[in-house]
Design a protein around this ligand. Structure first.
Ligand SMILES: NC(=O)NCCC(=O)O
Ligand SMILES: [Zn+2]
Length: 484
């Protein structure tokens, strides 16, 4: 059954034009005027855009003594409801667990996905086994991005020597390293001191992770990537210090991408001063929310291009789970939700205010990450031959965000009470309508794994540059005798 999307305006990262879109067999097969199909979706007054790609989710992740509560079923249902048609989740080996073992666990969990997905692999420890398995992960499994936690000391954190070894391996394999950039040693020491002084509430979580620890780690990761000759993707950039490091690196020609989250763009540190413990703890995530100066920096980065992609880091814990940290903020599971709200919140606060153009919105929610992760134009495009992962976006449709009507499995929403203007009329996942005017009509298990090839354009360019600028031994005509 073919489907035609009629009377809409196509908005991509680089053009805006009126045309119909014909979809068949899960792909876009024609774009032009007056197209016909077996089924018609009316896009009058709407923008037809590539579906969102969320490059940073943690679905059913074992973390801090529990599991994040949204799994691939509820998580991808939330994603599609908000116009996101692909998620990239993190396969996370526990320390000493093999990468392929962890991957098996993620393969099992993801069978319930409603939309397409891919994985990043986390490097949580270092050994010859990890070194060897990275090759299998890239070449046989089509996973070409590896995350490194510079925080969570004693759990997921890797040290500089491990990071350098892993980055070099990424370089050899044509893969991209990702970093969670916070100085884990300093965070651990600040946590210890705060607790010792009796500061045990959720606000102390923010005190223990100031912008300085993020800025330092970002600079360090950039240096290590530069030495290893590999591009770098910095996840959840939350502050000017980290953004400044990325901006400066990019100005110097280094291949570094920064990813702010919708939470950091729209929620600020005052949330942690809320008198209700639950309210504050529900917003505990790392890095924490910041003040308006930092938020402005992130918005400016998106507008100017120094920051590339907006994600959610969707890692949802219930209030009951958050309460594991009553009396000790370091035990509050870190993470917040956002999958369903990323696009509507970014449209409302970005396009709706004039901080972003509709084309920039598509770039930072979909196309840029598809290019970085080397799955463009299969994903992130409205082009003949691309997967029909599309959102028909109604810029006039409004709602007030509420946990009562969300898809996520948790009992609250960090954006509760916020009104958004701009919502999906239809969301299509590989041609199948999954959201029809606010109603979820997706199919569990429809989602497929998206395999990615290594050696994307930036990796290729960097390895040529590395070759050209490699240290060379000087052939000398004379060498003095040694000694006196
Ligand atoms: N961000 C966060 O607080 N939780 C998820 C794990 C991570 O990405 O650090
Ligand atoms: Zn992180």
């Amino acid at each position: 059954m073919s489907t035609v999307i009629k009377n809409g305006t196509i908005v991509t990262a680089d053009l805006t034009c009126k045309a119909d879109v014909l979809v068949d067999g899960g792909k876009i097969v024609e774009i032009g005027p007056d197209l016909k199909g077996d089924e018609t979706l009316d896009a009058t007054g709407c923008y037809v855009m590539p579906g969102g790609i969320d490059p940073h989710t943690h679905l059913e992740m074992p973390f801090m003594g529990t599991y994040s509560s949204d799994d691939f079923e509820s998580g991808t249902r939330a994603a599609l409801s908000g116009g996101t048609t692909m998620v990239v989740d993190f396969a996370l080996p526990s320390p000493e667990q093999g990468l392929l073992d962890a991957l098996q666990m993620w393969d099992n969990k993801s069978t319930r996905a409603h939309c397409d997905y891919s994985f990043h692999m986390a490097i949580t420890w270092w050994s010859e086994q990890v070194f060897n398995e990275m090759q299998t992960v890239v070449q046989e499994r089509g996973i070409t991005s590896f995350k490194h936690f510079m925080a969570y000391k004693g759990a997921l954190m890797v040290n500089d020597d491990e990071m350098y070894a892993s980055f070099k391996r990424c370089s050899e394999l044509g893969a991209i390293p990702l970093v969670h950039a916070e100085n884990g040693d300093v965070v651990a020491e600040l946590q210890r001191k705060l607790l010792e002084e009796g500061n045990n509430g959720p606000e102390a979580h923010a005190y223990s992770r100031p912008p300085e620890v993020e800025g330092e780690a970002t600079n360090r990761a950039i240096m290590i990537a530069d030495m290893a000759g590999v591009p770098l993707y910095v996840v959840h950039v939350s502050c000017e210090e980290a953004h400044e490091a990325i901006r400066r690196a990019r100005m110097l020609g280094k291949r570094v991408w920064g990813e702010p989250l919708i939470q950091h763009l729209t929620l600020d540190e005052s949330e942690y001063a809320h008198p209700d413990w639950d309210h504050a703890a529900r917003r505990v995530m790392s890095p924490p929310f910041r003040n308006q100066k930092h938020q402005d920096s992130l918005w400016n980065g998106l507008a100017s291009g120094s920051l590339s992609c907006v994600a959610t880091d969707h890692c949802a814990f219930t209030t009951e789970q958050k309460r594991y940290g009553v009396g000790d903020f370091t035990k509050i599971p870190n993470g917040t939700g956002g999958l369903e709200d990323r696009l509507p919140m970014l449209w409302t606060h970005g396009v709706g205010t004039g901080r972003l153009t509709p084309n920039e919105f598509v770039a930072v929610t979909s196309t840029n990450i598809a290019k970085i992760l080397n799955c463009y134009p299969r994903k992130g495009a409205v082009l003949v031959g691309a997967d029909a992962d599309l959102v028909v976006w109604d810029p006039e449709k409004e709602k007030t965000i509420s946990a009562a009507s969300q898809q996520s499995a948790i009992d609250y929403n960090v954006f509760e009470g916020k009104t958004v203007k701009g919502l999906p009329r239809f969301t299509l996942t590989r041609g199948r309508v999954a959201v029809n005017d606010g109603e979820f009509v997706g199919q569990e298990g429809h989602g497929e794994f998206v395999r990615r090839e290594p050696n994307g354009a930036v990796n290729k360019a960097l390895s040529s540059w590395k070759e050209l600028t490699a240290p060379r031994k000087v052939e000398r005509t004379g060498i003095p005798a040694s000694g006196v």
